[in-house]
Design a protein around this ligand. Structure first.
Ligand code: FAD
Length: 407
């Protein structure tokens, strides 16, 4: 059986390793950090949300984004400092408006297919990740945005999603804890949530039981691929350099996949789109009762939320185009806290853990799954704002592909 190296121990790397080991491949995962899932797969929005599959490549979103750029607390922030990567990415993103419809439908299908794979992995291996399937409620504050959302809803339904419009009265029944005036909403009963970090760590344990090897504190510096094998130059914490050999390499390096792709003759234009989250500890009965149970997506604030077990409420948002910067900015965290206090006034915000991560985003907003130009080079990367939602499916597509390619 082929022996494969997976670069990256986030959700895409670990689901890939698991899918490949189940097919009998000998797998080694190489991860720079001391533990798995410490980068973007650490504290994301938690949503397994096919209903969030609409790609952002349309004029309505871009115009909204331009207006937001004038507001300091807006959900979109673009550092105007010249950067070739940023501006070429934006140009390609705009060029993809032509594929808005097709890419939205494809993402929806992928997200629906991913559900059963992710749950099958968790069930087969007994992974507890605070999963709950209470549906996702998309909230709209005004008539105009609600009507525009109706058009996207047609595409999501075309992709196979059961998502329907709800009135303010129905919103109050679906999520009685939410305060505020809403014009309307869309509800997707089949959407769910869970803790990406807990899931990934649990799946790592399952991988280890299946014989997958994990090398932590180990960075891959360089990859060479020939017709007969791949060679990876690695660096451990003590700066020792070694070479690993394998029959194939799978790149799941998140925002770092682009540089590896370039060195291997592939162009995968991943931009690091920064986002923030807060995790509110629900440490008293009143807070637990006042926090929502369904996943929420507030259209105006571009905020997503998940209830993670009884005691945690995760709120995430912001798309910041500011390079590889991972600083946690107080002025980006405060709008998330303010939003919680406004919609869920009974939730105490005295135990708030902030976090920032970089979404590995392609201009099409679709991941790259499959072969590179060089032999024995494979990718499962570029999952953008939906890596948690999509990785159950992309890991299977990758494993199918590798089975065929290395047969
Ligand atoms: C604020 C925010 C909210 C989000 N909310 C949601 C949500 O609600 N639902 C959803 O579906 N998605 C969400 N996402 C997106 C999702 O979290 C990401 O798509 C996903 O975590 C990306 O996983 P990954 O494995 O590609 O990258 P990562 O998790 O970043 O993993 C890549 C790994 O590769 C390692 N690595 C990099 N370079 C090397 C190297 N040279 N050698 C060895 N290892 C290397 C890194 O250390 C890292 O561990 C959100 C993202 C953010 C930022």
């Amino acid at each position: 059986m082929p022996n494969l190296i997976v670069v990256g121990g986030g959700i895409t790397g670990v689901t890939s390793a698991y899918a490949l080991s189940r097919r009998g491949h000998l797998v080694t995962v190489v991860e720079t950090r001391r533990y798995p899932a410490m980068e973007t797969s650490y504290a994301n929005g938690g949503q397994l949300s096919a209903s969030n599959a609409e790609v952002w490549n349309n004029w309505a979103t871009i115009l909204k984004g331009l207006k937001w750029m004038l507001r300091a607390d807006a959900p979109l922030l673009l550092n105007p400092t010249p950067s070739l990567h940023k501006y070429t990415w934006i140009a390609e993103f705009i060029a993809q408006i032509a594929n808005y419809r097709a890419n939205t439908i494809e993402t929806t299908r992928l997200a629906i297919a991913a559900r059963e794979h992710l749950l099958a992995m968790a069930q087969a291996e007994g992974v507890d990740f605070d999963y709950r399937q209470n549906g996702l409620l998309h909230l709209y504050h005004d008539k105009h945005s609600f009507e525009i959302a109706g058009q996207a809803n047609t595409l999501l339904r075309e992709g196979g999603l059961d998502r329907y419009a709800v009135t303010p009265q129905e919103i109050a029944k679906i999520e009685p804890t939410a305060h505020g005036q809403f014009h309307g909403g869309f509800y997707t009963p089949s959407d769910a949530s869970g803790d990406i970090h807990k899931f990934t760590r649990g799946l790592v344990d399952a991988c280890v039981r299946r014989g997958v090897r994990f090398l932590y504190d180990t960075a891959v510096d360089r990859i060479e691929a020939t017709a007969s094998n791949v060679q990876l130059q690695i660096r451990t914490q003590g700066a020792r350099v070694g070479v690993m050999q394998a029959d194939g390499v799978v790149l799941c390096a998140g925002v770092d996949s682009r540089k590896f792709a370039a060195s291997l003759g592939d162009r995968i234009n991943i931009y690091p789109v920064k986002g923030y989250s807060i995790t509110i500890g629900l440490n008293d009965d009143e807070s637990r009762a006042a926090a929502p149970n369904v996943c929420l997506l507030d259209e105006a604030a571009k905020i997503v939320t998940s209830r993670l077990g009884p005691d945690r409420f995760r709120i995430a948002g912001t798309a910041e185009f500011n390079g590889f910067n991972k600083d946690i900015r107080a002025d980006r965290i405060q709008p998330l806290v303010d939003w919680s206090q406004k919609l869920f006034p009974g939730v105490a915000t005295n135990a708030v853990v902030p976090w920032a991560g970089l979404r590995p985003m392609t201009p099409t907003m679709l991941p790259k799954v499959g072969s590179g130009r060089r032999p024995r080079v494979f990718y499962n990367t570029g999952h953008g704002h939906l890596g948690w939602t999509l990785s159950g499916a992309t890991s299977q597509i990758l494993a199918d592909h590798i089975d065929r390619a290395l047969a």
